[in-house]
Design a protein. Structure first.
Length: 299
C-alpha cells in the first residue's frame, strides 16, 4: 500500500493512494500513519476501513509529511554511493578522509527539519551561502529491534519514502567537520510524499533516484549503486543501539550534488526542486525566503 497523511477540511487524516489519481481518505476513527507505523493497528484494519473511505481527487486534499511524530533525530547515512564519495574529493575544505570508509558513515539531523512533500523549503542567506540538494531513499522502521542481523533487516522496515537532505555546506565544514549543524536547519528536509509499504516494492535495488532543479536533472542514479546495502545499514546502525518503530533512516545520496560541480551550483530563493524515486513518488518544493537568523524567543 501507499499510505499518506493528508489534510481535509482542516483535519489530518490517513489516506491510501489509489491508482486512479485519488485518495481514499479513511474515517476519522482510523489510526494515524504514525500509530500504524508503531504497530497500534495492523494493515488488515486499514483494509477494512477502506470500505468506508471517502474517495477524493488528489487536488481536494493537501499532502503533509507522512509522519508527524518522531522518536529522535532523523538517522542518516553519508557517502553511501561511491561516485558521490569520489566526486567530492578535494572539495571538502581539508576534511577529506584518507580512504574509502569500510563501514557506513552515520550522522543525524533534527526532526524540526521535516516538511511536507509540497511545502516551501526555508531559505535564509544569512544562515548559509551554500545550500545544497541531496535526493535520497528513506527507510521507515516499523518493528523495534537491537543488533538486527542483515538477514532479518527487512522484517523491521515498515516502508520506504523520498527525502531531500538539503544541506548547508559552509556550516557543515565550519564546525569541525561534523555534520549535525549543516544538516539541521529548521524546515529544510522534505519527506514523503507517502510511505510505500515494503510488500509493494519488488526490488529496493532497482529504484532510480533523481533530483531536478528548475527543470534540469542534476542527480540520476540507481540504488544498485549503493556502497552499503540497506540491510547492512540497519545491521550496523542497530548494533548495540535500539532502532524504534517510527525511526526514519536516510540511505545516502548519489553523485551530482551542487558542491562537487564545476562551477558549483547552490540553491537560491525561488528555485524549484523535484526529488523523485521511481515507485515511491516525488517531492515538489520551492526555496522560499524565511528569517531563520533573527532571534525568536519562546516562553
Amino acid at each position: 500500500m501507499k499510505l499518506a497523511t493528508v489534510v481535509v477540511d482542516g483535519h489530518e487524516r490517513l489516506a491510501a493512494v489509489e491508482e486512479d489519481d485519488t485518495f481514499a481518505v479513511l474515517p476519522a476513527r482510523s489510526p494515524t500513519l504514525d500509530d500504524l507505523v508503531r504497530g497500534a493497528a495492523g494493515i488488515d484494519a486499514i483494509h477494512r476501513d477502506l470500505v468506508h473511505a471517502q474517495r477524493l481527487p488528489r487536488s481536494a486534499a493537501r499532502l503533509i509529511a507522512p509522519l508527524q511524530r518522531f522518536n529522535r533525530d532523523i538517522l542518516c547515512t553519508g557517502w553511501n554511493y561511491w561516485d558521490h564519495f569520489e566526486e567530492s574529493k578535494g572539495k571538502r575544505e581539508g576534511q577529506d578522509p584518507p580512504e574509502r570508509p569500510k563501514h557506513p558513515t552515520f550522522f543525524t539531523k533534527g526532526p524540526g527539519t521535516v516538511i511536507g512533500p509540497t511545502d516551501d523549503i526555508a531559505y535564509d542567506p544569512a544562515i548559509s551561502s551554500k545550500w545544497d540538494y541531496e535526493a535520497e531513499v528513506a527507510l521507515v522502521i516499523g518493528k523495534t529491534g537491537r543488533s538486527i542481523p542483515e538477514e532479518r533487516a527487512w522484517e523491521h522496515v515498515f516502508g520506504l519514502c523520498v527525502a531531500n537532505d538539503v544541506s548547508q555546506r559552509d556550516l557543515q565544514r565550519r564546525h569541525g567537520g561534523q555534520w549535525l549543524k549543516g544538516k539541521s536547519i529548521d524546515a529544510t528536509m522534505p519527506l514523503g510524499p507517502w510511505i510505500t509499504t515494503v510488500g509493494e516494492i519488488d526490488d529496493p535495488y532497482d529504484l532510480t533516484v533523481r533530483c531536478v532543479v528548475n527543470g534540469t536533472v542534476l542527480q540520476d542514479a540507481s540504488t544498485r549503486q549503493v556502497a552499503f546495502r540497506f540491510e547492512r545499514i540497519i545491521a550496523e546502525l542497530s548494533w548495540g543501539m535500539t532502532l524504534r518503530a517510527g525511526d526514519v533512516i536516510l540511505t545516502g545520496t548519489p553523485s551530482g550534488i551542487g558542491n562537487a560541480r564545476d562551477p558549483q551550483v547552490f540553491l537560491q530563493a525561488g528555485d524549484e526542486i523535484v526529488s523523485e524515486v521511481s515507485g515511491l513518488g516525488a517531492l515538489r518544493n520551492r526555496m522560499a525566503g524565511l528569517d531563520l537568523s533573527g532571534y525568536q524567543g519562546r516562553g
